[in-house]
Write a protein that binds this ligand. Structure first.
Ligand SMILES: C[S@@+](CC[C@H](N)C(=O)[O-])C[C@H]1O[C@@H](n2cnc3c(N)ncnc32)[C@H](O)[C@@H]1O
Length: 252
Protein backbone atom coordinates (compact mmCIF):
# COMPACT_ATOMS: atom_id res chain seq x y z
CA UNK A 1 0.00 0.00 0.00
CA UNK A 2 1.45 3.47 -0.86
CA UNK A 3 2.35 5.75 2.08
CA UNK A 4 -0.52 8.06 3.00
CA UNK A 5 -0.14 11.56 1.53
CA UNK A 6 -0.33 14.48 3.92
CA UNK A 7 -3.72 16.11 3.64
CA UNK A 8 -4.98 19.68 3.91
CA UNK A 9 -8.41 21.23 4.03
CA UNK A 10 -9.20 22.88 0.69
CA UNK A 11 -11.14 26.12 0.24
CA UNK A 12 -14.33 24.16 -0.20
CA UNK A 13 -13.72 22.52 3.19
CA UNK A 14 -12.89 19.23 1.51
CA UNK A 15 -9.77 17.33 2.40
CA UNK A 16 -7.26 16.94 -0.44
CA UNK A 17 -3.57 16.27 -1.01
CA UNK A 18 -1.15 18.77 0.51
CA UNK A 19 -0.18 21.22 -2.29
CA UNK A 20 3.44 21.27 -3.40
CA UNK A 21 5.55 24.23 -4.52
CA UNK A 22 5.69 24.97 -8.25
CA UNK A 23 9.02 24.54 -10.07
CA UNK A 24 11.81 27.06 -9.43
CA UNK A 25 11.21 29.11 -12.62
CA UNK A 26 7.49 29.52 -11.85
CA UNK A 27 8.29 30.45 -8.26
CA UNK A 28 10.71 33.11 -9.52
CA UNK A 29 8.05 34.43 -11.92
CA UNK A 30 5.53 34.60 -9.07
CA UNK A 31 8.06 36.33 -6.81
CA UNK A 32 8.74 38.91 -9.52
CA UNK A 33 5.07 39.57 -10.21
CA UNK A 34 4.05 39.92 -6.55
CA UNK A 35 7.23 41.71 -5.45
CA UNK A 36 7.93 39.38 -2.52
CA UNK A 37 10.77 36.84 -2.31
CA UNK A 38 8.58 33.74 -1.94
CA UNK A 39 11.58 31.56 -1.02
CA UNK A 40 11.86 33.58 2.22
CA UNK A 41 8.54 32.16 3.49
CA UNK A 42 7.75 28.68 4.81
CA UNK A 43 7.41 26.43 1.74
CA UNK A 44 4.19 24.69 2.89
CA UNK A 45 2.55 28.06 3.55
CA UNK A 46 3.59 29.41 0.13
CA UNK A 47 2.39 26.24 -1.63
CA UNK A 48 -1.02 26.47 0.09
CA UNK A 49 -1.36 30.19 -0.63
CA UNK A 50 -0.60 29.63 -4.32
CA UNK A 51 -2.95 26.63 -4.55
CA UNK A 52 -5.79 28.56 -2.90
CA UNK A 53 -5.36 31.52 -5.28
CA UNK A 54 -5.23 29.25 -8.34
CA UNK A 55 -8.41 27.45 -7.25
CA UNK A 56 -10.27 30.62 -6.31
CA UNK A 57 -9.47 32.29 -9.64
CA UNK A 58 -10.15 29.15 -11.69
CA UNK A 59 -6.69 29.31 -13.29
CA UNK A 60 -4.93 26.39 -15.01
CA UNK A 61 -1.90 26.65 -12.68
CA UNK A 62 0.71 28.76 -10.88
CA UNK A 63 2.28 30.14 -14.09
CA UNK A 64 -1.09 31.63 -15.05
CA UNK A 65 -1.33 33.08 -11.55
CA UNK A 66 1.98 34.92 -12.08
CA UNK A 67 0.60 36.47 -15.27
CA UNK A 68 -2.73 37.35 -13.64
CA UNK A 69 -1.02 39.06 -10.67
CA UNK A 70 1.20 41.02 -13.04
CA UNK A 71 -1.79 42.64 -14.73
CA UNK A 72 -4.04 43.20 -11.71
CA UNK A 73 -2.90 45.47 -8.84
CA UNK A 74 -5.85 44.43 -6.63
CA UNK A 75 -5.03 40.75 -7.02
CA UNK A 76 -1.33 41.51 -6.47
CA UNK A 77 -2.17 43.23 -3.18
CA UNK A 78 -4.38 40.38 -1.99
CA UNK A 79 -1.76 37.77 -2.87
CA UNK A 80 0.98 39.75 -1.09
CA UNK A 81 -1.15 40.05 2.04
CA UNK A 82 -1.92 36.33 1.98
CA UNK A 83 1.78 35.43 1.67
CA UNK A 84 3.04 37.87 4.30
CA UNK A 85 0.07 37.16 6.65
CA UNK A 86 -0.67 40.56 8.17
CA UNK A 87 -3.17 39.33 10.81
CA UNK A 88 -2.88 41.43 13.96
CA UNK A 89 -4.99 43.30 16.53
CA UNK A 90 -4.90 45.63 19.51
CA UNK A 91 -3.58 43.82 22.63
CA UNK A 92 -3.47 40.57 20.65
CA UNK A 93 -2.89 37.70 23.10
CA UNK A 94 -3.64 39.81 26.21
CA UNK A 95 -1.71 37.48 28.55
CA UNK A 96 1.46 38.50 26.71
CA UNK A 97 0.77 42.18 27.43
CA UNK A 98 0.07 41.34 31.09
CA UNK A 99 3.44 39.57 31.25
CA UNK A 100 5.20 42.53 29.61
CA UNK A 101 3.44 44.90 31.99
CA UNK A 102 4.71 42.90 35.00
CA UNK A 103 8.25 42.51 33.68
CA UNK A 104 8.60 46.15 32.68
CA UNK A 105 7.22 47.48 35.97
CA UNK A 106 9.81 45.33 37.81
CA UNK A 107 12.70 46.89 35.83
CA UNK A 108 14.63 49.65 37.55
CA UNK A 109 15.31 52.07 34.71
CA UNK A 110 16.52 54.99 36.84
CA UNK A 111 14.59 57.38 34.60
CA UNK A 112 16.30 56.20 31.38
CA UNK A 113 13.84 56.52 28.42
CA UNK A 114 12.62 53.22 26.98
CA UNK A 115 13.29 51.93 23.47
CA UNK A 116 10.84 49.42 21.98
CA UNK A 117 11.12 47.69 18.58
CA UNK A 118 8.23 45.83 16.98
CA UNK A 119 9.33 43.43 14.22
CA UNK A 120 6.58 42.64 11.69
CA UNK A 121 4.54 45.64 12.81
CA UNK A 122 1.70 45.01 10.31
CA UNK A 123 -0.96 47.76 10.73
CA UNK A 124 0.73 49.09 13.89
CA UNK A 125 -1.75 47.55 16.38
CA UNK A 126 1.04 45.93 18.39
CA UNK A 127 3.05 49.13 18.75
CA UNK A 128 -0.09 51.16 19.55
CA UNK A 129 -0.91 48.64 22.31
CA UNK A 130 2.62 48.97 23.70
CA UNK A 131 2.39 52.77 23.58
CA UNK A 132 -0.84 52.65 25.61
CA UNK A 133 0.79 50.26 28.09
CA UNK A 134 3.77 52.59 28.54
CA UNK A 135 1.44 55.55 28.92
CA UNK A 136 -0.48 53.69 31.66
CA UNK A 137 2.84 52.92 33.39
CA UNK A 138 3.82 56.60 33.15
CA UNK A 139 7.00 55.82 31.17
CA UNK A 140 6.03 57.00 27.69
CA UNK A 141 7.81 60.36 28.04
CA UNK A 142 10.96 60.35 25.93
CA UNK A 143 10.37 56.74 24.82
CA UNK A 144 11.20 55.61 21.27
CA UNK A 145 8.84 53.08 19.68
CA UNK A 146 9.79 51.74 16.26
CA UNK A 147 7.76 49.37 14.07
CA UNK A 148 9.46 47.64 11.11
CA UNK A 149 7.64 45.78 8.38
CA UNK A 150 8.63 44.18 5.09
CA UNK A 151 5.67 45.59 3.19
CA UNK A 152 5.47 49.32 2.37
CA UNK A 153 1.66 49.13 2.24
CA UNK A 154 1.65 47.90 5.86
CA UNK A 155 3.96 50.72 6.92
CA UNK A 156 1.63 53.30 5.32
CA UNK A 157 -1.41 51.67 6.98
CA UNK A 158 0.38 51.56 10.35
CA UNK A 159 1.09 55.30 10.23
CA UNK A 160 -2.50 56.10 9.24
CA UNK A 161 -4.19 53.80 11.80
CA UNK A 162 -1.90 54.83 14.64
CA UNK A 163 -2.61 58.50 14.00
CA UNK A 164 -6.35 57.71 14.14
CA UNK A 165 -6.10 55.54 17.24
CA UNK A 166 -3.80 57.51 19.51
CA UNK A 167 -3.79 60.93 21.10
CA UNK A 168 -1.24 63.18 19.32
CA UNK A 169 1.18 63.11 22.28
CA UNK A 170 1.21 59.30 22.24
CA UNK A 171 1.37 59.05 18.44
CA UNK A 172 4.42 61.34 18.34
CA UNK A 173 6.50 58.64 20.13
CA UNK A 174 5.91 56.14 17.28
CA UNK A 175 7.90 55.62 14.08
CA UNK A 176 7.33 53.06 11.34
CA UNK A 177 9.79 51.95 8.68
CA UNK A 178 9.99 49.51 5.79
CA UNK A 179 12.63 46.88 6.53
CA UNK A 180 13.33 43.21 5.83
CA UNK A 181 14.44 42.22 9.33
CA UNK A 182 15.97 38.97 8.06
CA UNK A 183 18.50 41.18 6.24
CA UNK A 184 19.16 44.16 8.49
CA UNK A 185 18.40 45.85 11.81
CA UNK A 186 17.87 49.49 12.75
CA UNK A 187 20.75 51.27 14.53
CA UNK A 188 21.13 51.01 18.28
CA UNK A 189 19.90 48.60 20.91
CA UNK A 190 16.40 48.11 22.33
CA UNK A 191 15.00 47.52 25.81
CA UNK A 192 12.03 45.56 24.44
CA UNK A 193 11.94 43.69 21.13
CA UNK A 194 8.60 42.24 20.02
CA UNK A 195 8.92 39.57 17.34
CA UNK A 196 5.50 37.97 17.49
CA UNK A 197 3.84 35.81 14.85
CA UNK A 198 6.40 36.54 12.14
CA UNK A 199 8.95 33.72 12.51
CA UNK A 200 6.30 31.00 12.10
CA UNK A 201 5.72 32.08 8.49
CA UNK A 202 9.38 32.14 7.43
CA UNK A 203 11.69 29.60 5.76
CA UNK A 204 14.49 28.29 8.03
CA UNK A 205 17.29 30.60 6.74
CA UNK A 206 15.42 33.93 7.04
CA UNK A 207 13.89 32.74 10.33
CA UNK A 208 17.33 32.10 11.88
CA UNK A 209 18.62 35.43 10.53
CA UNK A 210 15.64 37.33 11.96
CA UNK A 211 16.12 35.68 15.35
CA UNK A 212 19.82 36.60 15.31
CA UNK A 213 18.87 40.19 14.52
CA UNK A 214 16.15 40.33 17.18
CA UNK A 215 18.38 38.84 19.91
CA UNK A 216 21.43 40.85 18.81
CA UNK A 217 19.50 44.13 18.99
CA UNK A 218 18.70 43.77 22.71
CA UNK A 219 20.17 46.24 25.16
CA UNK A 220 21.73 44.72 28.32
CA UNK A 221 18.84 43.39 30.41
CA UNK A 222 16.49 43.83 27.41
CA UNK A 223 13.43 41.66 26.80
CA UNK A 224 12.56 39.67 23.68
CA UNK A 225 8.94 38.57 23.31
CA UNK A 226 8.03 35.96 20.69
CA UNK A 227 4.50 34.96 19.66
CA UNK A 228 2.32 32.68 21.76
CA UNK A 229 3.26 29.63 19.69
CA UNK A 230 6.94 30.53 19.17
CA UNK A 231 9.89 29.47 21.31
CA UNK A 232 13.67 29.69 21.19
CA UNK A 233 15.04 26.14 20.97
CA UNK A 234 16.54 25.06 24.33
CA UNK A 235 19.72 24.10 22.48
CA UNK A 236 20.07 27.60 21.01
CA UNK A 237 18.96 30.39 23.32
CA UNK A 238 21.43 32.86 21.78
CA UNK A 239 22.74 33.76 25.22
CA UNK A 240 19.26 34.77 26.50
CA UNK A 241 17.54 33.41 29.60
CA UNK A 242 13.86 32.58 30.13
CA UNK A 243 11.80 35.49 31.45
CA UNK A 244 8.30 33.91 31.23
CA UNK A 245 6.16 32.27 28.56
CA UNK A 246 7.74 33.03 25.16
CA UNK A 247 9.81 35.83 26.76
CA UNK A 248 13.61 35.98 27.02
CA UNK A 249 16.00 38.37 28.69
CA UNK A 250 19.48 39.48 27.69
CA UNK A 251 22.15 39.41 30.41
CA UNK A 252 22.41 42.77 32.25
C1 LIG B 1 1.11 37.99 11.34
S1 LIG B 1 1.75 39.61 11.21
C2 LIG B 1 2.25 39.88 12.88
C3 LIG B 1 1.81 41.25 13.38
C4 LIG B 1 2.11 41.50 14.85
N1 LIG B 1 3.50 41.28 15.17
C5 LIG B 1 1.22 40.66 15.73
O1 LIG B 1 1.67 39.67 16.29
O2 LIG B 1 0.03 41.00 15.84
C6 LIG B 1 3.32 39.32 10.37
C7 LIG B 1 3.94 40.59 9.83
O3 LIG B 1 5.33 40.36 9.58
C8 LIG B 1 5.70 41.03 8.40
N2 LIG B 1 6.93 40.41 7.88
C9 LIG B 1 7.06 39.23 7.23
N3 LIG B 1 8.34 39.00 6.91
C10 LIG B 1 9.05 40.06 7.38
C11 LIG B 1 10.43 40.42 7.34
N4 LIG B 1 11.33 39.62 6.75
N5 LIG B 1 10.81 41.60 7.89
C12 LIG B 1 9.88 42.41 8.48
N6 LIG B 1 8.57 42.13 8.54
C13 LIG B 1 8.15 40.96 8.00
C14 LIG B 1 4.48 40.89 7.49
O4 LIG B 1 4.46 41.85 6.47
C15 LIG B 1 3.34 41.06 8.50
O5 LIG B 1 2.94 42.39 8.60
Amino acid sequence: MPAAEPVAATDAGRVGPEPTLPDAATLRALSASCGLELAAFRPAHVARTIARAVTRLGLPGPAALAAAIHGDPGLRGRFRRAVAVSTTGMFRDPAQFELLDRLMRADDRSGRPLKVWSIGASDGSELCSLALLLEAQGVLDGATLLGSDLMPENVALARERSRERLAPAVFSALRFEERDVSRSTPDGTWDVVLCRNVLIHLAPGPKAAMLDHAAGALAPGGLLLLGRSERLPVSDRRGLVDAGANAYRCAP
